[in-house]
Unconditional design. Structure first.
Length: 290
C-alpha cells in the first residue's frame, strides 16, 4: 500500500496511562509540523492534550497514516479503536522498541523525516476474525491482531476443550486454555506458553495449549485458510473465558463455541528502512548479532 509523503495527514493516538505520552505527543507534532505534515487526534487523545478529536474509525478514514504513542499493548488497543482499518499504522514506543512499534520516542525526528521522505515500507499483517456462537444461535464478532484465547474462568482447575479444523477433530485438551495466534501474535502470549516464533510473512496460524496436562499436547502450525473451532468439551463447572488480544472478555457456556478464521482485512504496519522483525527479535530476546 502506497502512502503519499507530500500532503500527508497523520492521525495520532496516545496512551493516556503512559508516562511521557504528552511530552512525546508535543515533540511528534512539532517534528511533523516542521516538515509540513498535518496532524490530528482521536477523542481520547484530545482529552489528554486538548483540542478537538475524532472517533477512532473517522480518524483512520481521514488520515493517510496513524501514529500510536505507547507500546505494543497500545497498538493492540488502537487496532480495536480504529475499527479494523487498513490505513497504515506506525507505533512509537515510549521506552524500548517493541515487536509492533516502528521506533522509540528518542527517534521522533528520524521518524518524521522518514515520513516526509517516504523512506519506509508497509508490512501486511494477518488478522483474526472470531465468532462466538451461542447455543441458541446468537453470534458476536471479534477482531484480533495477535491471538484469540479460550481459557479457564473462575475455577483453578484444568478445563476440557476440543478443537476442530475445517470440521475435522484436531484434539481434545486438558489444559489451562488454548491460544490461536497469528504470526504477529507468535511473539506474544503463544510464545510465553511455549509456542514457536513465526515470520510475519508466513500464511499460517499456530494453535498453542496453555499448560497442558500431558507433554504430548504441543503447538501446531496450520494453514491460515482453515477455520478453527474451539469449544468446551463436556459440562465444566462454570463458564470458560474467551478473549482477543487480552481484551473483550466473554463467557463461553458448555454448549457455546468459537469459530476462528483469517479476516479479509490486514493490518498495514509501518516499518522504517533498516528496521526488521529479525532485528526486533535480536533485541527483545537478547540474541547475538549486530
Amino acid at each position: 500500500m502506497a502512502v503519499r509523503p507530500e500532503g500527508m495527514k497523520v492521525g495520532i493516538i496516545a496512551n493516556p496511562n503512559k508516562p511521557g505520552a504528552v511530552r512525546a505527543y508535543g515533540r511528534l507534532v512539532g517534528a511533523l509540523g516542521q516538515r509540513g505534515i498535518e496532524s490530528q487526534v482521536d477523542r481520547e487523545t484530545a482529552a489528554l492534550v486538548g483540542g478537538e478529536g475524532l472517533p477512532g474509525p473517522e480518524l483512520a478514514q481521514a488520515s493517510d497514516l496513524v501514529v500510536v504513542l505507547g507500546g505494543d499493548g497500545t497498538m493492540l488497543h488502537a487496532v480495536a479503536t480504529l475499527g479494523g482499518t487498513e490505513t497504515p499504522m506506525a507505533g512509537v514506543n515510549i521506552g524500548t522498541l517493541g515487536f509492533l512499534t516502528s521506533c522509540t520516542d528518542d527517534e521522533l525526528e528520524e521518524f518524521a523525516e522518514a515520513l516526509k521522505n517516504g523512506s519506509f515500507h508497509v508490512s501486511k499483517r494477518t488478522m483474526l476474525a472470531a465468532t462466538v456462537v451461542r447455543s441458541d444461535g446468537r453470534t458476536k464478532e471479534y477482531l484480533a491482531l495477535n491471538e484469540a484465547v479460550l481459557a479457564r474462568g473462575q475455577t483453578g482447575r484444568l478445563v476440557s476443550m476440543k478443537a476442530t479444523v475445517d470440521g475435522d477433530l484436531l484434539n481434545r485438551y486438558r489444559a489451562d486454555g488454548l491460544i490461536v495466534a497469528t504470526p504477529t501474535g507468535s511473539t506474544a502470549y503463544s510464545l510465553s506458553a511455549g509456542g514457536p516464533l513465526i515470520s510475519p510473512a508466513a500464511d499460517v496460524f499456530v494453535i498453542t495449549p496453555i499448560c497442558p496436562h500431558t507433554l504430548s499436547q504441543r503447538s501446531l502450525v496450520i494453514d491460515d485458510t482453515t477455520e478453527i473451532e474451539l469449544a468446551p468439551d463436556g459440562l465444566e463447572e462454570g463458564a470458560l473465558l474467551f478473549t482477543v488480544d487480552g481484551r473483550d472478555c466473554d463467557e463461553i457456556g458448555a454448549l457455546d463455541r468459537v469459530k476462528i478464521r483469517k479476516d479479509a482485512r490486514s493490518l498495514n504496519l509501518v516499518r522504517l528502512e533498516g528496521r526488521s522483525f529479525y532485528g526486533a527479535l535480536r533485541q527483545k530476546l537478547n540474541w547475538r548479532g549486530g
